[in-house]
Design a protein around this ligand. Structure first.
Ligand code: NAG
Ligand code: NAG
Length: 530
């Protein structure tokens, strides 16, 4: 039976202990989790399904009440009907019990106080009926950027506890407090200036401790793994530097194009869409120094520090591509190029593929190029981190030894493998390429790796900010890309065309090779099939 008493407090406490110095949750914590933009795509596809998974695993805090909120009027049942097709839980009872925890509130216009007063009343109603001493008011803004500041303002004025303390006096003692927090989704601006403006507007309303900027890549198992792989293994820790590493390549590929949402994509391009946020975040975790502790502020300090050592990018530091239709494509989509989308201007120079070289000018990394590359409409779906080591000083085996590579495969088929040379088995005494292979689905067979959103939503509920982007970190990320983006916006570089379903821009391979990456082409990783 799923009842609030049966909640797995032990698991919840273990999760908290791993992340924070002292657990903030206890059995009598009263949590109200509000999803703003509850009728939208993100809410139905990711947020409600993630909350339901946490509920099913019994790690949603015992008294967590969920409110769905949007402009239109709707019943909770209608909300459930929208989201149920995306739920992982197939057990009907689980779904029924879950939706009992949810209620829908219409807030009307996003810039009027009225709806937010209704929302706040609803939250108070739960708090009153629950009566716990520790109260948490959590807000997930699954909303388009245009309404972002108006909604934050209304939340602050009407739903943040301090501002309504008068009306709350009637049913609480003077000890009444609540921790309030808000999750915000990208885009966080278009460049350094617009991002800073947005940050200023939010930090004028909320403290840094109340702001959670979500980048879902930070919730992925293999990205979270980086810290432990690096700092928990002397084998890796001691060689993680310019003496031993030749270069690092971080790759993101998607096998589908932007058709149908090209209009939206065109104003951003792949650099804003994937590179400046997801891939740069991964780079930080690969390159940062060891933090003093696993506490959020220590980790985020190190991420900011390593970003500060990166020079802003220029036109020569990138190779850009744009996909064209592939007449031999197997699907209707693949026959269409980026500019065939009616939403995309027919002379668009927006990149759908980019490969950038970054330099980190500190003692650890000076001279080691970091490549980050990403593309749409490519040959496969893949995200991985590849660390290529230097050549062995003198190869007595007739130049047969290939470079070692440590590869962290983020998705799909999570794995960590290390390319290495072994004696060719049998009578011969020749070097041959092989691998140490840690394939997650094989090694951890009973483990169900949680979705990134699920993990980050739990972090948010528990008040762990480690895997969210801090204001200064965001500003540093934009500082690196803004000069380049401004030049590209002005049309300073025309992307090279590549066909839908291909490996991307061929000249990017040369670009990477010219900077010291050795590609032998003799090795092919075969991933495990689930
Ligand atoms: C591109 O679009 C413009 C205006 O929408 C049109 O005048 C022009 O003929 C188009 N060019 C091509 C090559 O389709
Ligand atoms: C790595 O291990 C998995 C699981 O045992 C296996 O399916 C996969 O083929 C292996 N990969 C290589 C390159 O040996």
């Amino acid at each position: 039976m799923l009842s609030s008493e049966k909640i797995n407090m032990e698991a919840l406490e273990a999760i908290q202990n791993g992340a924070a110095s002292k657990p903030i949750f206890s059995k009598d914590s009263c949590v109200v989790f509000t999803v703003l933009g509850a009728s939208g795509d993100l809410a139905k596809k990711k947020i409600f399904p993630s909350l339901c998974n946490l509920f099913e695993k019994k790690i949603l805090p015992p008294t967590c009440q969920i409110i769905g909120c949007a402009r239109s009027s709707m019943t909770t049942q209608q909300l459930a009907d929208k989201s149920n097709p995306f739920m992982k839980a197939k057990n009907k009872d689980v779904l029924t019990e879950f939706w009992k925890r949810v209620s829908y509130v219409s807030c009307g216009a996003y810039d009027k106080a009225e709806g937010f007063i209704t929302l706040s009343d609803k939250i108070e109603e739960f708090e009153k009926s629950h009566g716990g001493e520790k109260r948490f008011r959590l807000f997930y803004l699954a909303l388009p950027p245009a309404v972002f500041i108006p909604v934050c303002t209304q939340l602050k004025n009407n739903c943040w506890i301090q501002s309504r303390s008068k009306s709350l006096e009637k049913f609480t003692s003077d000890r009444y407090t609540a921790e309030c927090r808000v999750i915000v989704e990208k885009p966080f601006g278009k460049d350094l200036e617009s991002s800073n403006q947005l940050s200023q507007a939010i930090t004028a309303l909320f403290n840094e401790q109340e702001i959670y900027r979500i980048d879902h890549y930070l919730g992925k198992e293999m990205v979270l793994n980086l810290m432990i792989l690096r700092f928990g293994n002397e084998l890796f820790r001691s060689v993680w530097n310019r003496e031993r590493i030749a270069c690092v390549v971080i790759t993101f590929k998607e096998p589908f194009g932007t058709y149908g949402r090209g209009g939206y994509f065109d104003t951003n391009g792949i650099i804003r869409d994937v590179m400046q946020n997801h891939l740069l975040q991964i780079l930080c975790l690969v390159a940062m120094e060891r933090p003093v502790s696993v506490h959020a502020s220590d980790i985020r300090d190190e991420k900011v520090k390593v970003l500060k050592f990166i020079r802003p990018l220029d036109l020569d530091d990138v190779v850009l591509g744009q996909y064209t239709g592939n007449p031999d494509g197997q699907t209707e989509d693949s026959k269409l190029g980026y500019r065939d989308d009616p939403g995309v201007p027919n002379d668009s120079k927006t990149a759908t593929y980019a490969c950038a070289k970054l330099n980190i000018d500190n003692d650890r990394w000076a001279g080691v190029p970091f490549f980050i590359k990403c593309g749409k409409a490519m040959n496969e779906r893949k995200a991985e981190i590849r660390i290529q080591f230097k050549d062995t000083p003198s190869d007595i085996f007739g130049s047969k030894c290939k470079r070692n590579e440590l590869v962290i495969r983020v998705q799909p088929d999570e794995a960590v493998y290390c390319k290495m040379n072994v004696k060719s088995p049998g009578m011969s005494f020749e070097a041959e390429e092989s691998e140490l292979n840690l394939t997650y689905h094989e090694r951890f067979q009973d483990m169900d790796l949680p979705d990134a959103y699920e993990r980050l939503i739990l972090d948010f509920i528990l008040g762990t900010q480690t895997n969210f982007v801090r204001t200064d970190e965001l500003a540093e990320a934009w500082r690196i890309f803004t000069p380049l983006l401004h030049k590209l916006d002005a049309g300073a570089k025309t992307p090279v065309e590549y066909p839908y379903g291909s490996r991307g821009v061929a000249s990017a391979d040369d670009f990477i090779r010219d900077s010291g990456f050795k590609f032998s082409g003799t090795y092919k990783w075969t991933a495990a099939k689930k």
